[in-house]
Design a protein around this ligand. Structure first.
Ligand SMILES: C[S@@+](CC[C@H](N)C(=O)[O-])C[C@H]1O[C@@H](n2cnc3c(N)ncnc32)[C@H](O)[C@@H]1O
Length: 282
């Protein structure tokens, strides 16, 4: 039987080869906590000579192997952290990304009032909608998605977190035809369909409906912009996440749809990532 110490040393060495892991040891520990059902503090404090039960070792090895094949850590754990919320994630939803927290930050900065109406278009796990509701408990928040499987994940997250967010099946905003919102946010699929990154580790495990935005990657952005025009209140704001090269195209689409006060924001890496605009005089 292998000791915990030996297992972790060997697995960490193997995981160091992963291109998308900044912290291989942390990943091995996280999978260990998951398999052994122990909190990290307990695992860290365990006797390094302790031997692992063969069944646990087999399960831990299987998860490390899947990770080495490129499967996202969040799918292996079944959870991801977003805006300090622990969200359930399955392969039916995109793994929420840290840069999307910037979209939440900008949406909150654009809406200091407490009781506004928000829509999150293409809600996936519900990450953005749930973070907004957490910060604005008095607000009305709805999350829309075309994927029924994603909506089930989002509903589970809302229930577990005790956050009152409505989730509706909708092709973009079509299901909320007569509704009006103060803030619409969206992180739509924006990768162009021939982008080689779609076959790379990580992304190839995520749903293509969550990733691919048509020939130039702009189909989702365009649809959300066009449909938001009739669903925003006077002075309402639309905030969109997009690819690092899509800032100018997104700003143009917003301008063409009648939006003003258009700003593009960069992410932690200095890439253009979020563009927002306001709608007056519809
Ligand atoms: C990039 S993911 C974003 C998920 C989540 N908002 C996040 O930021 O983690 C895009 C989402 O848009 C949804 N989607 C794709 N096409 C759609 C459509 N026509 N109408 C509504 N949602 C759509 C996908 O199912 C997916 O959940």
């Amino acid at each position: 039987m292998t000791t915990i110490h030996d297992f972790i040393t060997t697995a960490t060495r193997k995981c160091a080869a992963l291109p998308d892991s900044g912290h291989p040891a942390q990943e091995v520990w996280a999978l260990g906590c998951h398999v052994l059902s122990r909190p990290l503090t307990q695992l860290l404090a365990s006797d390094p000579k302790e031997r692992i039960d063969p069944q646990d070792e087999a399960r831990w090895t299987e998860l490390i192997t899947r990770r080495l094949q490129g499967e996202p850590l969040a799918y292996l754990l079944g959870t991801a952290e977003f805006w300090s919320l622990r969200l359930r994630v399955t392969p039916d939803v995109l793994v929420p990304r840290p840069e999307t927290e910037l979209l939440v930050e900008h949406a909150l900065a654009a809406s200091p009032a407490k009781d506004l109406r928000y829509a999150d278009v293409g809600t996936g796990s519900g990450a953005i909608a749930l973070a907004l509701k957490k910060e604005r408990p008095a607000a009305f928040v709805v999350g829309l998605d075309k994927s029924h499987k994603a909506l089930r994940v989002a509903q589970t997250n809302a229930r577990v977190l005790g956050l009152d967010v409505g989730f509706i099946a909708s092709d973009w905003l079509t299901a909320v035809e007569g509704a009006r919102f103060d803030i619409i946010v969206s992180n739509p699929p924006y990768i162009h369909c021939a982008d080689p990154c779609l076959t790379a580790d990580g992304l190839r495990y995520e749903p293509s409906l969550a990733l691919v935005g048509g020939e130039k990657g702009l189909d989702g952005l365009r649809a959300v912009i066009v449909q938001s025009v009739s669903r925003l209140n006077e002075g309402g704001r639309l905030l969109l996440e997009h690819g690092s090269c899509q800032g100018p195209a997104t700003a143009t689409l917003l301008r063409q749809a009648g939006f003003t006060a258009i700003h593009t924001h960069t992410d932690f890496a200095g890439h253009e990532r979020i563009t927002e605009g306001t709608l007056y005089g519809r």
